[in-house]
Design a protein. Structure first.
Length: 297
């Protein structure tokens, strides 16, 4: 496939899947393997994948700017005055991030090896889909009943009402998505939030907010190591000519725009329909990836 067309396709795939609970990493690796065999071992295209992820992530502060301003203006007591510097929504995001980040850093080599393992990706997609389906089904009737339903499993309907315990739990669960590509950071945080008594909408919004520092740190760190020539797959800035910079720009811009539209659509969809369609999709794709991987061995 032509490099420019490949950049457009990968930018669209990254933008569509980064915040949906279907694993953008797995989809990028699968697409790269299908459209350009051998690309997974190319240092430039590994770095390219990181750059377009960064493009998708940067759509979040733009889309949620109104919410961010509100949170900043009410820090630390919150809108209702019952929060503290430890339990304010912004603090809970950083607590969950600080739980995930050190462990993920220590497991960098393991994570790097798993990124090229189609068996792990396929199994993570399939198992994650089953878990997501079960968890969403457990909460479905309470989502329909609403916040005033008696004895509801759902105790937290907005990010403003989250607890410290919920943030800590989600932070630990997010580690799974780092270690096992295909799990999906979005799926891990959403399912963890729902298990902890959060509504679909509140778990999803927290997932978006948590993904910003998490992905910014992960992609920024890996990218700096790569272009400085110090990473496991160094390329150095001298390797990137005008052609390669242009490919990066195409993928970055497209992933940003598509991700912005994806976030807007996903927020509206989840409130009405839930996560089951995504769970079914994960199961089907996971099974196909496992079948494809078995034929390669």
């Amino acid at each position: 496939m032509n490099d420019y067309l490949l950049s457009v396709v990968l930018g669209i795939i990254e933008g569509l899947t980064e915040f949906l609970p279907v694993s953008s990493t797995a989809h990028l690796r699968i697409a790269e393997a299908l459209f350009h065999p051998g690309i997974l071992s190319d240092p430039y295209w590994k770095m390219y994948s990181i750059v377009i992820q960064l493009g998708a992530v940067l759509c979040l502060p733009v889309y949620f700017w109104g919410r961010i301003r509100k949170f900043l203006s009410t820090f630390p007591k919150g809108e209702t005055g019952d929060r503290s510097a430890l339990t304010h929504p912004l603090s809970l995001v950083m607590i969950a991030f600080l739980i995930t980040a050190p462990v993920s850093y220590l497991l960098t080599k393991v994570i790097g090896k798993n990124l090229e393992n189609l068996q792990i990706m396929g199994a993570s997609l399939l198992i994650g889909g089953v878990i997501m389906w079960i968890v969403d089904a457990l909460n479905a009737k309470w989502e329909i009943a609403g916040a005033n339903a008696p004895k509801s499993r759902i105790k937290t309907w907005t990010m403003e009402a989250m607890t410290l315990g919920q943030a800590v739990w989600i932070g630990f669960c997010q580690i799974l998505s780092a270690v096992f590509p295909g799990t999906s950071r979005s799926m891990a945080t959403i399912a963890a939030g729902q298990l902890a008594g959060m509504s679909r909408a509140s778990a999803l919004e927290f997932s978006f907010f948590l993904s910003f520092p998490t992905m910014l740190a992960a992609t920024g760190y890996t990218l700096l190591k790569s272009i400085s020539g110090k990473g496991e797959n160094p390329i150095g800035t001298s390797y990137i000519d005008a052609h390669h910079w242009f490919l990066l720009a195409i993928g970055f811009i497209i992933s940003f725009l598509v991700a912005y539209a994806s976030v807007a659509w996903f927020m509206a969809w989840v409130r009405k329909h839930g996560f089951v369609p995504f769970a079914v999709y994960r199961i089907i794709v996971g099974a196909l990836v496992l079948f494809f991987a078995s034929r390669l061995t």
